[in-house]
Write a protein that binds this ligand. Sequence first.
Ligand SMILES: NC(=O)c1ccc[n+]([C@@H]2O[C@H](COP(=O)([O-])OP(=O)(O)OC[C@H]3O[C@@H](n4cnc5c(N)ncnc54)[C@H](O)[C@@H]3O)[C@@H](O)[C@H]2O)c1
Length: 310
Amino acid sequence: MKILVTGGSGYVGSVLVPALLRQGYRVKVFDNLLFKQTSLLPHFINPLFEFVHGDVRDVHALARAVEDVDLIIHLAAIVGAPICSAHPELAEAVNYQGTVNLDSVRSSHQPIIYASTGSNYGKVDGICTEDTPLHPLSVYGQTKTKAEEHLKRSGNMIGFRFATAFGISPRLRLDLMPNDFALQALRVGNLIVYQKQVRRTFIHVTDMTRAFLHAIQHYEEMKNEIYNVGHERMNLTKEEVALLVKKFVNYYLHFAEIGSDPDQRDYEVSYEKIRSKGFETQVSMEEGIREVVSALKLLQPENPYSNISI
Ligand SMILES: NC(=O)c1ccc[n+]([C@@H]2O[C@H](COP(=O)([O-])OP(=O)(O)OC[C@H]3O[C@@H](n4cnc5c(N)ncnc54)[C@H](O)[C@@H]3O)[C@@H](O)[C@H]2O)c1
């Protein structure tokens, strides 16, 4: 089977692509290398791997890329609330119109698995199921919601509403909340957490990969549905995440009573539906934080303008 992975050089893709190759799938990555990533370099030696430098806003390039593939995993996007708010037109063109473009060039026989997001829910009282009305708060959530709805109408698809990812990838993202908390604890030695009771939901990046593999292997039983992807035991408050970092780093943690976080997501999610299809995540927040803390020690960016260490 040959799989097209759009956005395959990103944080998620750089973990997913090697896993697909290890399973013996042929993999074609289509990516515009927005961040000048080199994370897929080790795979060019692999005859199962192919790379196309292309942009999802270019419908002709997409049409050529989909020609010989059996299944599509669509990751390409402008990812995260801050970058989408800073570049709303780009977010619309890539996240929504790019998805419409991809959908317009695939045949009805080519399944698509879409990386959607829990950001589609917004601020919700109670527990989100896949039937909870979507009220995305950010341009990111709004463009991802429109894209998901477009694919749902088109059919022959699976939509995965992923929790917030964490953990190490060859294309690292340190803006993700657990990764960012670990970074600040290690580098700055202190962390101020606003609105500590706000609840978020998380998934380790390798569990995202497992979910995609599961969907490929159980496509017929799972198709034409949306699934929340994560685990209830990973519905955690910001306080719980910050305290877990304390297990691995001795740092000063302050919970501020005044002030608020620009990220207003506060929600709890049910993962019953994907569990009923035989999928459960494996990696705990504690294991992921341990991983991130050890890996960040290895990266060691130095501050040259300080006499504190040599
Ligand atoms: N990381 C998370 O917490 C998370 C959670 C839920 C859903 N998702 C979804 O998973 C997918 C991957 O996210 P990520 O964390 O790997 O983000 P990322 O920013 O690391 O990866 C996005 C990739 O898309 C590529 N890209 C951007 N614009 C493009 C364009 N115009 N044409 C072609 N490629 C383009 C980038 O170069 C990058 O490789 C996204 O669709 C995102 O919405 C991520």
